[in-house]
Design a protein around this ligand. Structure first.
Ligand SMILES: Cc1cc2nc3c(=O)[nH]c(=O)nc-3n(C[C@H](O)[C@H](O)[C@H](O)COP(=O)(O)OP(=O)(O)OC[C@H]3O[C@@H](n4cnc5c(N)ncnc54)[C@H](O)[C@@H]3O)c2cc1C
Length: 457
C-alpha cells in the first residue's frame, strides 16, 4: 500500500484570509496536501459570549474564508473544543508533518502555542510560526541598544525605512486531504448569545477588501484633513478586518504606499505595529499600568454605568457611547474624548473603560485597546500629563454643526449648534436630557490635585 501523502496543517487564528498569508503559502509550498483548519475554542466562545459583535464578525469571517478555500479546491476543517487538544487530534488523525501558524503577541496566544508545543513534543510533527499579523513582526524593529521601542516616533522612523517582506499572491489551488471530518460554521443563535449591534459591519476578507477598495478610492486622498471630523465619518473602518486578519496589514500598507494621501494613513497603521511590539515585549501591560504613576483609581460602579449608558450630560460623550452600542464601532476622535472623560473627569480606572470597549467594539484588540486606553489615561507610552480633552471644546471643534451628535443622540436631534454642544438647564429639562454628571473644570482641578498628591508622596 502507498504511504499516506505527506501533509501539513494550517491552523487559522486571527489571520482569516487567503491573500498574503505566509503560514498558508509555506504549507502549500512544503506539502503536496494541505489541511486548512480553524478550532472554535470553547474558552474563546465562552469569553466572546458577552461580546456578540466580535463573535458575529468572527463567524462571518469564517464563512467567507470557508467559501474562498472551497473556491481553491480545499476545505476549511472546523472543529470545536479545547484548541490545543483539537489541533493535536488533527495531527494524529492526519499524520501531518508540520503545523503552520501565524505568530501572535498576546499572553493568551503565546501560552496556547507553548501548550501545543508541549503536547506535540513526543510526535514527529513540528510547529512553524510565521509573520502575518503585523506589517513588521514584533522584535524585528528594535533600538540599536536592544530591547523594544518605548516611544512611537523613533519606532515609526525605522519602520517606514525598513525593508518589508514581499506581499504574497493568493494561492491558485489547495490540494486538500479528503475525508477529514468537519463541522459547519455555527450561527450566532446556535451559540446562544445576545444579538449583535444592529448596524454592525459584515466580517470577512471579501467584505474587507471591498471596504478598503471603495474607501481608498473615495477618501484616502482626504484622510489627513478628514480623519478627525466626526460628522464626515471618513476614516477607513478597516480596524475589525485587521483585527481578525481578514486584511493583511502589510498588503494594505504596501498597496497604498505612494498614493496621494497615503502617508498619514500608513503612519496610523504603524501605531498598530508599535502597540503590538510593546505588548510582545511586556504582555502584562494588557492589565497593569505601563508607567505606574501611583494612581489610586476610583471604582464607582454607578458613575461607570452612567458613562456606559451615555447619560453623562455631555452630548459628544453620550453620542459616542451610543455609536458604540449601535455599530460596534466608535470614531477615533470620539474614543479619545470618552476615554479622557472616564479617566480624567471621573478618574475611574482605565480598565473599566477598556473592558466596556472589549465587549462592544468589533475591532477590540488587546494591544490596540489596552494601550490606547493607557495612552489616554496617562499611564501608557508617549504619555503627556496635559492630555485632557474638554468634551465641549472637542465637540465644537470636531463636530461644529452637531451632525455627529444628532446622528447618535435623537433626544437632541431638534437642537442646533451651538446649543447642541451644551444645552442649558431649561432645554435639558424639557427634552429629558440629563444634567452634566460632573463640572469639567472642577473635575479636572480635582484630578490635577490628585496627581500632584502622588508626586509629593
Ligand atoms: C481608548 C481607545 C481605544 C481603542 N481601541 C482600539 C481597539 O480595540 N482596536 C483598534 O484597532 N483600535 C483601537 N483604537 C485606535 C483607533 O481608535 C482605531 O484603530 C480606529 O478608530 C479604527 O477606525 P478606522 O479603521 O476607521 O481607522 P483609520 O483612521 O482608518 O486608521 C487605519 C488603521 O490604523 C490603525 N490605527 C489607527 N489609529 C490607531 C491607534 N491610535 N492605535 C493603533 N492603531 C491605530 C487601525 O488598525 C486602523 O484600522 C483605540 C483608540 C482609543 C483612543
Amino acid at each position: 500500500m502507498d504511504p499516506a501523502p505527506s501533509c501539513s496543517i494550517v491552523v487559522f487564528t486571527r489571520d482569516l484570509r487567503i491573500r498574503d498569508l505566509p503560514a498558508l503559502q509555506a504549507a502549500i509550498q512544503a506539502s503536496p496536501m494541505v489541511i486548512t483548519a480553524f478550532i472554535l475554542d470553547d474558552d474563546l466562545v465562552e469569553s466572546l459570549s458577552s461580546a456578540p459583535n466580535r463573535l458575529s464578525f468572527l463567524l462571518d469571517s469564517l464563512c467567507d474564508l470557508r467559501d474562498s478555500i472551497r473556491g481553491l479546491g480545499g476545505e476549511l476543517v472546523l472543529r470545536r473544543g479545547n484548541w490545543v487538544v483539537e489541533v493535536a487530534r488533527l495531527v494524529s488523525e492526519t499524520g501531518a508533518s508540520t503545523v503552520h501558524l501565524s505568530q501572535d503577541v498576546s499572553a493568551f496566544a503565546r501560552s496556547r502555542i507553548d501548550q501545543l508545543t508541549a503536547s506535540l513534543a513526543d510526535s514527529s510533527c513540528k510547529i512553524q510560526l510565521h509573520s502575518g499579523v503585523t506589517v513588521l513582526p514584533p522584535g524585528t524593529n528594535s533600538p540599536g541598544t536592544g530591547g523594544f521601542w518605548k516611544v512611537f516616533t523613533p519606532y515609526y522612523n525605522k519602520w517606514i525605512e525598513a525593508r518589508w517582506r514581499e506581499v504574497l499572491p493568493p494561492p491558485k489551488q489547495i490540494h486538500h486531504l479528503e475525508g477529514i471530518p468537519t463541522l459547519p460554521v455555527p450561527t450566532l443563535g446556535e451559540l446562544s448569545v445576545t444579538p449583535p449591534s444592529p448596524n454592525l459591519a459584515t466580517g470577512g476578507e471579501s467584505a474587507g477588501l471591498e471596504r478598503l477598495k471603495l474607501w481608498a478610492k473615495s477618501s484616502l486622498e482626504r484622510y489627513e484633513e478628514n480623519h478627525n471630523a466626526l460628522a464626515a465619518d471618513d476614516s477607513s473602518r478597516i480596524a475589525p478586518y485587521l483585527h481578525f486578519g481578514c486584511l493583511s496589514p502589510l498588503e494594505v500598507a504596501a498597496r497604498l504606499q505612494g498614493r496621494p494621501g497615503a502617508a498619514p494613513f500608513i503612519r496610523q497603521l504603524c501605531w498598530r505595529d508599535f502597540y503590538h511590539q510593546l505588548l510582545a515585549a511586556r504582555p502584562e501591560i494588557s492589565q497593569v499600568d505601563y508607567r505606574n504613576r501611583g494612581d489610586v483609581w476610583r471604582q464607582d460602579e454607578q458613575d461607570a454605568e452612567t458613562w456606559r449608558q451615555g447619560r453623562t450630560g455631555y452630548p459628544l460623550v453620550d453620542a459616542a457611547m451610543q455609536q458604540l452600542l449601535l455599530e460596534g464601532f466608535m470614531h477615533n476622535r470620539a474614543r479619545m474624548v470618552v476615554a479622557s472623560f472616564l479617566t480624567k473627569d471621573l478618574y475611574l480606572d482605565w480598565r473599566i473603560g477598556a473592558a466596556h470597549f472589549m465587549r462592544f467594539l468589533a475591532d477590540a484588540d488587546v494591544a490596540n485597546n489596552q494601550l490606547n486606553w493607557q495612552w489616554t489615561a496617562g499611564t501608557g507610552s508617549d504619555t503627556n500629563p496635559n492630555r485632557i480633552f474638554n468634551p465641549t471644546v472637542q465637540s465644537v471643534r470636531f463636530d461644529p454643526d452637531g451632525v455627529y451628535i444628532r446622528r447618535y443622540l435623537p433626544v437632541l436631534a431638534e437642537l442646533e449648534a451651538p446649543l447642541i454642544h451644551d444645552p442649558d438647564v431649561e432645554t435639558r429639562r424639557l427634552l429629558g436630557y440629563p444634567e452634566k454628571m460632573v463640572d469639567h473644570k472642577l473635575a479636572i482641578e480635582a484630578y490635577r490635585a490628585q496627581l500632584a498628591s502622588y508626586r509629593s508622596d
